[in-house]
Design a protein around this ligand. Structure first.
Ligand SMILES: C[S@@+](CC[C@H](N)C(=O)[O-])C[C@H]1O[C@@H](n2cnc3c(N)ncnc32)[C@H](O)[C@@H]1O
Length: 351
């Protein structure tokens, strides 16, 4: 362990339920060096990003909030309908911060070197932290600081997924399951008494957008997890923030009211065309590791997902292949299953 690591441990040992090496990283070099390189990339697929925006849009209820985007990059995911009076972006890449259209102020500050936030008490209505909490080596101090700079009843919203720069993520995060990561962030909140009990929002198993570069891998959309809490305050008459409720558009309308995959026991419906999916016996062969007996597949040849799939796959160098929407009832997840022609897989339809 580095000397810096030891100092951190001393400071935190009395408050922390994690092992001594939990916040070590594979790459302990200066963070500002690592983030000097511009990364004008989308860190999540488009479905997941719209979920992130919706979560932010629904939980921020203040009319003209003062927002801190903690560990900001080039996009703060703040929906158009919000009209913040100020958005301060704190991060490590100057180009990304300067190109972030939401920001009214930018601040270059390394939280792992100095977790003290350079703002007076009670400054912000909301602090957001998106897909970045995994890089904090001193999270308890940072969470304490966030509580200090939030106004009473102000919101700290931590959003994450399952992608990361592994070299810079802390060991605790790298080695945790996705469920454990939710518990880890809750733990950060719970150790800051100024916060109310943290709430959790989870979005998993949505269909991956057909145009996404990883669509052919058969993986669902990137999951979105949000753990959030208000700073304690005295105003008991203040209305509570709403529960997050995501309504999807035509292509991803999975969770729309009355449109869950199993419509009240009336079968599983394709999230793309709405047709009933067929129960399909999973073949026993050594090439898949599917451990369930049945899946559900949309065999509608007019389904937009299947129709568009030929072109999407051709552009990725897989001419002569498309994919159909498949539902895994064990994991409650939609995913694409590749098909070389319209008749493929039909031999295993069981109803
Ligand atoms: C995966 S990016 C996410 C950027 C942005 N929040 C978003 O949602 O697109 C991680 C961000 O964390 C910031 N970051 C990483 N380590 C940091 C540190 N020690 N102090 C402050 N910011 C840091 C980087 O500048 C980078 O922009």
């Amino acid at each position: 362990m580095t000397t810096e690591g030891l100092a951190r441990d001393d400071a935190l040992s009395s408050r922390r339920p994690f092992p001594a090496d939990a916040f070590e990283r594979l790459d302990e070099s200066d963070d500002s060096e690592f983030y000097r390189k511009d990364r004008f990339v989308q860190h999540l697929d488009s479905t997941a990003l719209s979920t992130v925006e919706a979560v932010i849009g629904q939980l921020i209820t203040e009319p003209e909030p003062v927002i801190l985007d903690l560990m900001a990059g080039w996009d703060s995911h703040i929906p158009e309908k919000l009209k913040p009076s100020a958005v301060v972006g704190l991060g490590l890449n100057r180009n990304e911060l300067s190109n972030n259209r939401s920001l009214t102020e930018i601040l270059f500050h390394d939280l792992n070197k100095d977790p003290v936030l350079p703002f007076p008490d009670d400054t912000f209505d909301v602090v957001i932290n998106t897909v970045s909490v995994d890089y904090l080596t001193r999270p308890f101090e940072v969470f304490g600081e966030v509580a200090r700079v939030l106004k009473p009843h102000g919101l700290f919203l931590v959003i994450f997924s399952n992608r990361m720069f592994p070299a810079k993520a802390v060991k605790l995060w790298r080695e945790a399951t996705e469920q454990e990561r939710i518990a880890i962030v809750k733990e950060f909140f719970k150790h800051t008494p100024m916060f109310e009990k943290p709430q959790v929002f989870v979005s998993e198993g949505r269909p991956r957008p057909a145009e996404d570069k990883y669509a052919h891998l058969g993986i669902p959309s990137d999951p979105v997890y949000a753990v959030y809490a208000e700073r304690r305050g005295n105003d008991s008459t203040r209305p509570k923030r709403p529960e997050v409720r995501i309504v999807f558009d035509e292509d991803t309308r999975l969770e729309q009211e009355g449109n869950a995959p199993d419509k009240g026991g009336h079968g599983i419906h394709c999230p793309h065309c709405g047709q009933k999916m067929k129960k399909w016996a999973v073949p026993v062969n050594p090439f898949t590791n599917w451990d369930m007996e049945f899946m559900f597949i949309c065999f509608n040849d007019s389904c937009s997902y299947y129709v568009k799939g030929w072109e999407v796959m051709r552009k990725q160098g897989n001419s002569g292949t498309s994919y159909r929407a498949m539902y895994d009832p064990v994991r409650k997840t939609f995913m694409p299953v590749p098909v070389p022609h319209s008749f493929a897989l039909r031999e295993s339809i069981v109803e």
